[in-house]
Design a protein around this ligand. Sequence first.
Ligand SMILES: Cc1cc2nc3c(=O)[nH]c(=O)nc-3n(C[C@H](O)[C@H](O)[C@H](O)COP(=O)(O)O)c2cc1C
Length: 254
Amino acid sequence: MLFYFTGTGNSLYIAKQIEEHPISIPQAIHRDSLSFTADQIGIVAPIYGHEAPPIVKEFIKKADFNTDYFYLILTYGNRHGGAAELAKRMCEDYGIKVNYINVIRMVDNWLPSFDMAEQTQLDKNVEGQLSSILADIKDRKQMISPVTEADRAAHREFLERKSRLPTDAWQHLLQIKENCTGCSICAKVCPSASIRLVNGKAAYFPGNCQTCLACVHACPHKAIGLTIPEKNPNARYRNAHISLREIIQANQQI
Ligand SMILES: Cc1cc2nc3c(=O)[nH]c(=O)nc-3n(C[C@H](O)[C@H](O)[C@H](O)COP(=O)(O)O)c2cc1C
């Protein structure tokens, strides 16, 4: 049994290499019962600010996993900042024994820092990293991916910068532009129903936004941008193995 969360398809691609039919967290989280029993249970999700996204943390906190082998695979782009160690601590805080946590470096979809045209040209050896992760899971390896002092320092520095921002800063990250045609793709790819059509145009309802950027990357007209500068406002990203339809199936709420 494998759960996943994705904004732009990296984590779904990895999840699909592990199991044919992984389960979407934004959909599973609404089930009446969150008690799951299986021989092995895994979660694949992106790293946001060196940690699991809020909806993934909420799912892990609420769910009851009955398994002998619980694992996490965290996809990231440039700097994991000790995410494996932080995720282990989170699981322990929620009373979950975690057997294996690994990170996998892929395209970084964080638009303020990265140009998607450049990112897609880099060879991050995703297939090589993936094949060793697949072998580890098959062997039920017990491992938490190693973390260095530099990773911990990067996370401390990140937290320090974050503490200087208003607590709801990320809820004001998105802006919908004049050229919105009301096609509703943004609303369909949003995992938290934070974008809905109002009078035939996309409207943003902050509060529960995951900042996954699914809407920004999926808009065919580039009509959703950020309220902070982007490296390249004309470049958008979706994992090459994943279709728009799959992102919609993964996240659709309305
Ligand atoms: C809000 C946000 C925060 C991110 N934070 C980090 C980070 O701290 N370190 C990193 O290396 N990548 C970071 N990324 C990049 C993603 O982790 C990476 O591109 C991931 O593979 C995207 O997965 P997805 O395609 O399944 O959404 C961030 C992306 C977003 C949208």
